[in-house]
Design a binder for this molecule. Structure first.
Ligand code: ADP
Length: 192
């Protein structure tokens, strides 16, 4: 099984491009953010606990998202691998993912990082807020806390995966989704 990590700051387009990548390479797209939002919508205990953290722009506990990832690894069949979107998001999660995969005799295949500058994060997320209505997209304060969380907790993964020779980056700053998608798919083609 292949394990690709779709990486990048909030609003870079991970969710926007994941479907095309997953389809082309027969991968199951797993978005920890989307799974958490499903728990919230279902009104589960887990969802209730996660909601306050998500709405504040903080990360939910590692064990919560890691449980979701292991559950997917255990149950999903009939694909050539996984496209992890929004996981791992800190160094502990990255180390835990390595351990989870090692137990299964597997390893991270590659990291595909979608990059945009901080200023663009605001405009992208404000645009998305009008369409998707996500609570954590609604206020500048929460967006800026998510950007801070990204820089302090998630960005160190760039060095972690670069050292492992697995880090690949593509700029996603073009004005249209199609142009960015073409660049993303070209990058994945070059490493797949
Ligand atoms: P975005 O890419 O816009 O930040 P996501 O859907 O990936 O949106 O994540 C939304 C929120 O869900 C995050 O801000 C965080 O609170 C929570 N979340 C998602 N993935 C993780 C993770 N791997 N670890 C901890 N919290 C997570």
């Amino acid at each position: 099984m292949k394990t690709y990590i779709l990486f990048g700051p909030p609003g870079a387009g991970k969710g926007t491009h994941a479907g095309a990548i997953a389809e082309k390479y027969n991968l199951r797209h797993i978005s920890t953010g989307a799974l958490l939002r499903e728990e919230i919508a279902a009104g589960s205990e887990l969802g209730k606990q996660a909601k306050a953290l998500i709405d504040a722009g903080e990360l939910v506990p590692d064990a919560v998202v890691e449980g979701m990832i292991e559950n997917a690894f255990d149950t999903v069949k009939g694909v050539d691998g996984f496209l992890l979107d929004g996981f791992p998001r800190n160094l502990q999660q990255a180390a835990d993912l390595d351990a989870i995969l090692a137990k299964r005799g597997e390893a991270v295949t590659a990291v595909v990082a979608l990059m945009i500058p901080d200023e663009m994060i605001y405009t992208r997320i404000q645009g998305r807020a009008l369409i998707e209505g996500r609570a954590d997209d609604a206020s500048d304060e929460v967006i800026s806390n998510r950007i801070k969380t990204y820089h302090t907790q998630t960005e160190p993964l760039i060095e972690y995966y670069s050292k492992a020779g697995k880090y690949h980056e593509v700029e996603c700053t073009r004005p249209t989704i199609e142009e960015n998608r073409a660049n993303v798919l070209a990058l994945v083609d070059s490493i797949a």
